[in-house]
Design a binder for this molecule. Structure first.
Ligand code: PLP
Ligand code: COI
Length: 339
């Protein structure tokens, strides 16, 4: 293997040694298989290709200062995948199977877990697809569950540094009673155009309002929104956003720091009143927001005048990372050592 420049890798795909697979046939899950092929061979009428029976997850594992590898809240990702499965009529992947496959794929690719000092991590990508053939719109009878891993650097450039966002009023990511709470590919397909336009204008990411009334904050393309005001951690309650495991964890850490936590609809004008704001997710971790533009109404909401992250975001970020890296005690039982 050529030397990897761990400190300078981006958030992209890098080939690793193995992936793990499990097939669902005849109403049950089979044995876990180890595979070194990056490709899959599927029927041209597979439901994942035609009717969007596709779900994925994303979590991370870290090489820690004590030399161990730790993974973050795998059971929560398993539970969210199960919720997605119920949402789009796929068989649920049992938690034990999900967790065992994660452990196995991490260990098989141990040499790709970036060193602690690099700040990079091993991204774990579970993927569940309907492989059975259908032409009528029906769920498949056969499925393939794969987990692959790839080393990643920061999702937004600069890591823990402020970046800027733009509200899109021209596109919706998910309908109020649609698939926004599930991690299905269709939601990301719906976001590609807005994301490309935001990048072309120099923004880090596009920002969605609720798709029914365009009155409330929803989330970013691939991360939840959080804000700080008067000692309170505020985050949107919405039927069209992904329930972020990072956000759930940050809420607990905010309570631990003595903040109040509010999960409620956030009117867009309230952005004017926030002292700090950030995007949060596995890939984004906690990415502080400098400003959010709303070009349709000629408005800029600024959260950081000097480009520096706010103090509470910084505390939350540090505490979160320290737990992931086994530096601070894992009082909530969030991390598992992979051995
Ligand atoms: N929102 C969307 C649309 C996402 O794709 C993600 C990433 O998974 C998140 C939020 C953050 O969720 P999590 O913290 O579980 O990674
Ligand atoms: C995440 O895992 O945080 C993501 O949003 C993944 C993204 C690349 C879709």
């Amino acid at each position: 293997m050529n030397e990897i420049d761990w400190s300078n890798i981006g958030f992209g795909y890098m080939k690793t040694d193995y992936n793990v697979r499990c097939y669902y046939r005849d109403g049950k899950w089979g044995e876990i298989e180890t595979c070194s092929d990056e490709h899959i061979n599927i029927h041209m009428a597979a439901t994942c290709l035609h009717y969007g029976q596709e779900a994925f997850e994303g979590q991370k594992a870290f090489r820690c200062p004590d030399g161990k590898i730790r993974a973050f809240r795998l059971e929560e990702n398993a539970a969210r995948l199960q919720s997605t499965c119920r949402g789009i009529m796929m068989p649920e992947v049992p938690t034990d199977l999900f967790v065992e496959m994660c452990h196995r794929v991490i260990l098989l690719n141990e040499r790709f877990v970036p060193p602690y000092e690099s700040g990079a991590a091993l991204y774990i990508r579970p993927l569940l697809i309907g492989t059975g053939a259908q032409v009528g719109v029906h769920p498949a009878e056969e499925y393939l569950f794969i987990i692959f891993v790839t080393p990643v650097g920061p999702y937004f450039k600069g890591g823990f540094a402020t970046t800027n966002y733009v509200i899109t009023r021209d596109y919706d990511r998910a309908a109020p009673l649609g698939t926004g709470t599930y991690k299905v590919g269709g939601n990301y397909a719906a976001s590609l155009r807005a994301n490309m336009e935001a990048h072309a204008k120099g923004y880090s990411c596009e920002f969605y309002l609720d798709s029914k009334e365009k009155k409330y904050i929803d989330e970013c393309g691939a991360a939840n929104f959080i804000a700080i005001k008067n000692g309170t951690y505020i985050t949107p309650k919405s039927t069209s956003i992904l329930p972020s495991i990072t956000n759930k964890s940050m809420q607990q850490l905010a309570l631990d720091l003595g903040l109040k936590v509010e999960c409620r609809p956030i009117p867009v004008e309230e952005l004017d009143t926030f002292e700090e704001a950030a995007a949060c997710g596995t890939a984004a971790v906690l990415s502080p927001i400098g400003y959010i533009d709303d070009p349709a109404v000629g408005k800029r909401y600024t959260f950081s005048k000097d480009g520096q992250p706010g103090p509470i975001c910084e505390q939350l970020y540090t505490k979160f990372r320290n737990i992931q890296y086994g530096i601070e005690p894992d009082v909530h039982g969030w991390v598992s050592v992979i051995e």
